[in-house]
Design a protein. Structure first.
Length: 119
């Protein structure tokens, strides 16, 4: 997966891109200034960093994603389970469920997801 992790502010910046792509770098800078109170230099620095990580690309002043938001967060989730629970999804769910009680509806949703993997 490489280094595709993002901090909180980078994630908010990335959301601006995902919500508006394709977007010109100029429009992106204006939106980041309005929504994040960033200077243009900060926006361009963060954009360059996220492009170097292979999450976005900036071609001829137009910014687009190389991976979707859903794919990005799926990769993050997989990496977290791998690093923290030695790749064991059941161990993750056991740890999660020991602190946060799930509703009957959430449990049913998980059962449906698991049944979908069986097909």
């Amino acid at each position: 997966m490489g280094n595709k992790k993002m901090g909180m502010l980078e994630s908010r910046f990335a959301d601006i891109i995902w919500n508006n792509e394709p977007i010109t770098s100029g429009q992106l800078v204006k939106m980041a200034e309005k929504e994040l109170s960033w200077k243009s230099t900060t926006s361009y620095t963060v954009l360059k960093r996220l492009c170097e990580r292979g999450i976005f690309q900036n071609q001829k002043g137009t910014v687009t994603s190389l991976i979707s938001r859903d794919e990005f967060y799926a990769l993050q989730s997989e990496q977290f389970v791998e690093e923290t629970f030695d790749g064991s999804l059941p161990a993750f769910l056991a740890a999660f469920g020991s602190r946060k009680k799930m509703t009957d509806a959430e449990i049913e949703d998980l059962k449906k997801i698991i049944d979908g993997f069986r097909r």
